[in-house]
Design a protein around this ligand. Sequence first.
Ligand SMILES: Cc1ncc(COP(=O)(O)O)c(C=O)c1O
Length: 454
Amino acid sequence: MHSGKTSPFSSFSPADRRLSALYRHLEGSSSIAAMDSIAAAPTSASSAAGASVFDHVVRGPEDPILGVTVAYNKDQSPVKLNLGVGAYRTEEGKPLVLNVVRRAEQMLVNDNSRVKEYLPIVGLADFNKLSAKLILGADSPAIQENRVTTVQCLSGTGSLRVGAEFLARHYHEHTIYIPQPTWGNHPKVFGFAGLSVKSYRYYDPATRGLDFQGLLEDLGSAPSGAIVLLHACAHNPTGVDPTPQQWEQIRQLMRSKALLPFFDSAYQGFASGNLDADAQSVRIFVNDGGECLVAQSYAKNLGLYGERVGALSIVCRTADVAGRVESQLKLVIRPMYSNPPLHGASIVATILKDRNMFQEWTIELKAMADRIITMRQKLFDALCSRGTPGDWSHIIKQIGMFTFTGLNSEQVAFMTKEYHIYMTSDGRISMAGLSSKTVPHLADAIHAAVKRAA
Ligand SMILES: Cc1ncc(COP(=O)(O)O)c(C=O)c1O
């Protein structure tokens, strides 16, 4: 779509035409071009000669994260280990379907009154209501005052994309600031939705912690009204989150400059094991009465990765504004995918509305979070016992699914070649992919990679 010369919005409304202008702008944008190597223009000769009309299409690069799994799958080694993709594994290295999810699915299957009709454009009503409560808190004034519109979307990614496209059409400031580094898909999701992407300092490699001063300076010099992407908890890829006091300072700064918060909540409950604790960052922003967006994913915390179930909530000043915003969200969604899938949202709604099932979920969620925390300790201990040079305390300080090890791309390549360990080239490892059995192998590999460079 990005190599075409005409915009798909040419005959639409003024808002669509604004998007069209952005689209043309993106066409010429080197950053977007660099994201998806753009094909050379087709030649009529190739089709005349009977060759494929797609002969000019150049092979695109693998996604840097999902490409790790592609490489892993090709490796025949019995000791190979995939720490690239952020998906939970059991101690036996197997994917996990939560018992409460199995139970909910069984109930859904046994209910013969259920049909497979289309959902509304905004998705399953119960799911939307319960999702807003889960992230904002059951007693949230914004919910009680009907100032929140929630639409079911295709997991976290789809929620971000719908929110971004809404902002590109209806918000006056088109620049979004994302942390440096961030989840690799963020710049593409926002860029292709029509926003202009800039970054703010977030991580300090020297301390392997938060560059709080840099963050405050960069947000402090952002233009008034700019959008700011914030990871609600368990920042990916660094595992470094602001403290509650730092969140409060960020909130004050952002509100004083009318910066619009867009939260990405992909790990609620998965970081600390507690759903409310992991939602605190969002709640301090909502509780001041101001506006924000929140994208929620149920991929990790309910293990519903492939069901693609998530939600976008937009917290507005008044119920009237929220209603109008929702009407426009429908206009974003309808031409994109019409309406979201039924099954995953039904599972989530079944669990969230039943007190016992909800309780059962929190226990299973805590067990997943605790296993990850245990893996952190085991890896840290294993490196200490090997006398691996360097300070590895960040492994136990960082939170959530990932550890940003500090290993460089050369060391990563060495570990892949010699130890069959797969991870993203920035040195991020998924702690959820580790087990007690595989920790020694990883520690050996890190030790060798570090010693080699020393
Ligand atoms: C920070 C962050 N945001 C969003 C997502 C989106 O995940 P999904 O679309 O699978 O819900 C992920 C997944 O890895 C993530 O790490």
